[in-house]
Structure formats: structure tokens, C-alpha cells
Ligand binder design. Structure first.
Ligand code: SF4
Length: 389
């Protein structure tokens, strides 16, 4: 990148000026990863100091049966397939109860678009979960699922939200966003929820007092300009509602072969590789710089491995996903040896070892507990250091 452009961008970031679409594309064109990290770290430190938030949650997928066939998805199954499953309500509750001793504060619930499950199943499952685990917040359903509920119930999203909130819904999840640009979207997405409906549903959720996460699936067939466009749309919506708590760049998972049947389900396989760790760090950094009105940027460590997750904390990230005992959507696509369980103690040490202060939060990003500041590196050198895979 031209030294003059670099100076201009740096001056804008330091002055707190909003970056333009062209600035975003220029940042992606830079190969100076250290410089990008330094700029993003400046922004991240302004907003969040040296704090790293996390929560202790459990991911629950009630069914993998889905009416859609998104090209990148290796989670969905069709009715009658050997490993298709749908949980009965008491099974979902029993799974959630298994984690009770871990003091979890959140259940993260995402599902396939089941063709025959009735709409009433969903508020009922929330009610039962809430009654079994009254202190656990329910972060449930993508905007895609809410639109699916509109279709199967004949009710408008407004009434659907009222019933789900009454049943205990605390937040939507951020999924279904992928990449909003239609040029890309038509090749990867098979469900019906595109920007117009995704934004309509999150706007409505915000108007009802819910705060929601936002996501972006990157590293497949999109180009940097599509990532910039994606963030610009979210930034505009955030200007309007202020309801997004966090932005989560999700790394597309490439080369999965299902060990149960040897099948590759991802239909983008022949056209894609996967974002390298450097590309992921760049994406975190540019996202932090562009999405200037969202308070937090999250790294979902299951998709990156623990070392990259630690590094990401210097590239704009200030939030790590918590203890994940089961997360089928990612783990059906993961053959990189990333552990699928992290407990509170593991996370604390991961954050301290990276030189940051851990802060436990709840679903609404309110502080549950602040932990000690990290020991300065100079004082730690005499001791053997933990190696994070
Ligand atoms: S991404 Fe979601 S909607 Fe698309 S096929 Fe997979 S489970 Fe279904």
C-alpha cells in the first residue's frame, strides 16, 4: 500500500473518524499485518481497554433436519437420513441440565428448518428449559428461523417474538447472515432470509428490547469488497437501532469428510480453500476498524484454534466464546484437532497468558465478574509457559 494512503488511514483512525467503503477495501489490500493489528488494537483499547470478555455457555442444536440445502453447510440432514435427529423436549432439557454444575449462564440454540415440527414446539422448549434452568439466559434462533416460524405458523414476526420473549427468549443468535451481497449469496445460501428480512427481523428484535449479535461468514468465494459491504450494512443498521452487542467474523470451514460415511457434504469444496490464520487476523482487524459503533468483536475459538484466538486479542478482538461442550454445526466441519471443550479455568489462563484481563459477562454483555489483571510478562519469564494448541 502507498505510504501516503497508509498515513491518511492511520490519521483517520487516531482522530476517531469513520472509515469509508474505499478505506475498508484499501485496508484489506494491505499486507502489513502488524500495522493493521496496531490500528485495530488502538481502536479496541479505546473501547475496551485490556479487558477480554467471555461467558460460560452451552450450544444446543435441537434438530439437524433442514428444509434448506445451503452449499457450505455440512450440518443439515434430510428427513430419513441415517444420522438425522430431532430432540424431544425432555431430551433437550436433560442435555442442558448436564452442564448445570459448570455454572453456565447462557444456552445458545440454533437449529435446522425442520419441515414438519409445529411452531408451538419452539416456545414450549424455551419454557421447559427456562423452568429447568431459571438462571440461564436463552439466546436462541437465527433470523432465518424466525422467518421460518412466520411461514409455518402464519403469524407475523411481531407476534412470534412476543410469544418467544414470554417463553424466556433473551436474545437472537447472529446466524443466517453469511455474506449479504447477492452476487455471492445466491451461490452459497439456500434459505429465504436475505438482507431485507434478516435486517427486518433484527430491527424488530431491537425494538422489543432484545440485543442481538451480528455475524459474517468469510473465507469462501467472497472477495474483500463483499466483507466491507457486509459490515457497512450492519453499521448502518446499528446507527439506527444500537441493538447489536457484538460482531463475530465466522471462518468458513473447508475440507470436511464425514467420518461416519466418508461423504463430503460441503458443495463449495471444489471452489474454495479456507482463510489462513493471517487472513483471519486481517479480517478481525478490518472489521474492528470499520464497524466503529459495535461495542465488541468476538473470536469463536473453535473455528481458529487457541493460538490464533490469543493472537486475535491484538487484532481488535475483545470477546471469546465461552465453554463449548457441544457445538455440532462447527464440529461436523472440523478436522483440525481443535478441542471442543473449554472450561472457565482454561479460558482464564488463555486470556491471562495472552496479557489481558478476563471479564465474565452475561448474554447482554453485563459484567458478571472481573478477574485479576494479568501478571506482567517480565515477571512470568522465569516460569515455564503454557503452550496453547
Ligand atoms: S445453514 Fe442453516 S438453513 Fe442452511 S442448510 Fe444449514 S442448517 Fe439449513
Amino acid at each position: 500500500m502507498d505510504a501516503g494512503v497508509k498515513r491518511e488511514l492511520e490519521a483517520k483512525v487516531v482522530a476517531g473518524e469513520r472509515l469509508s467503503r474505499e478505506d475498508g477495501v484499501a485496508l484489506y489490500e494491505s499486507d502489513d499485518l502488524v500495522w493493521l493489528g496496531r490500528l485495530a488494537h488502538h481502536k479496541r483499547t479505546e473501547l475496551n481497554g485490556d479487558r477480554v470478555m467471555f461467558n460460560v455457555n452451552r450450544h444446543l442444536n435441537l434438530t439437524n433436519v433442514c428444509s434448506a440445502s445451503c452449499a457450505y453447510c455440512s450440518f443439515q440432514r434430510k428427513p430419513g437420513e441415517k444420522d438425522a435427529y430431532t430432540m424431544r423436549i425432555h431430551e433437550a432439557v436433560a442435555k442442558a441440565k448436564e452442564m448445570e454444575d459448570e455454572q453456565l449462564t447462557e444456552l445458545h440454540i440454533v437449529n435446522g428448518l425442520h419441515p414438519t415440527l409445529p411452531w408451538k414446539y419452539y416456545p414450549k422448549v424455551l419454557r421447559e428449559l427456562k423452568s429447568a434452568l431459571p438462571n440461564v439466559k436463552l439466546k436462541a434462533f437465527t433470523a432465518t428461523e424466525i422467518q421460518w416460524f412466520e411461514k409455518i405458523s402464519g403469524l407475523p414476526a411481531d407476534e412470534i417474538f412476543d410469544e418467544l420473549i414470554d417463553a424466556g427468549l433473551e436474545s437472537l443468535t447472529g446466524g443466517g447472515a453469511e455474506i449479504f451481497d447477492w452476487e455471492v449469496r445466491q451461490h452459497i445460501v439456500d434459505h429465504a432470509t436475505h438482507w431485507e428480512d434478516w435486517s427486518r427481523i433484527h430491527r424488530l428484535a431491537h425494538s422489543k428490547g432484545l440485543r442481538t449479535p451480528s455475524t459474517m461468514l468469510y473465507g469462501h468465494i467472497e472477495e474483500p469488497r463483499h466483507r466491507v459491504d457486509h459490515v457497512m450494512r450492519l453499521r448502518e443498521l446499528q446507527d439506527e437501532t444500537g441493538g447489536f452487542t457484538v460482531f463475530i467474523p465466522l471462518r468458513y470451514q473447508h475440507d470436511f469428510v464425514d467420518s461416519a460415511d466418508g461423504k463430503v457434504r460441503n458443495r463449495l469444496q471444489a471452489r474454495t480453500k479456507m482463510a489462513s490464520p493471517a487472513e483471519s487476523l486481517k479480517t478481525f482487524a478490518v472489521s474492528r476498524l470499520m464497524f466503529d459503533n459495535v461495542p465488541h468483536v468476538k473470536c469463536f475459538w473453535v473455528m481458529h484454534g487457541l493460538s490464533v484466538a490469543q493472537l486475535s486479542l491484538n487484532f481488535g478482538v475483545d470477546d471469546l466464546d465461552g465453554s463449548v461442550v457441544e457445538y455440532k454445526i462447527t464440529h461436523d466441519a472440523d478436522s483440525y484437532g481443535t478441542p471442543n471443550t473449554m472450561h472457565r479455568e482454561d479460558l482464564l489462563h488463555l486470556i491471562w497468558d495472552a496479557g489481558f484481563q478476563p471479564v465474565e459477562r452475561n448474554t447482554r454483555y453485563e459484567v458478571v465478574k472481573e478477574y485479576d489483571k494479568p501478571t506482567p510478562l517480565a515477571e512470568r519469564r522465569a516460569e515455564p509457559q503454557q503452550v496453547w494448541a
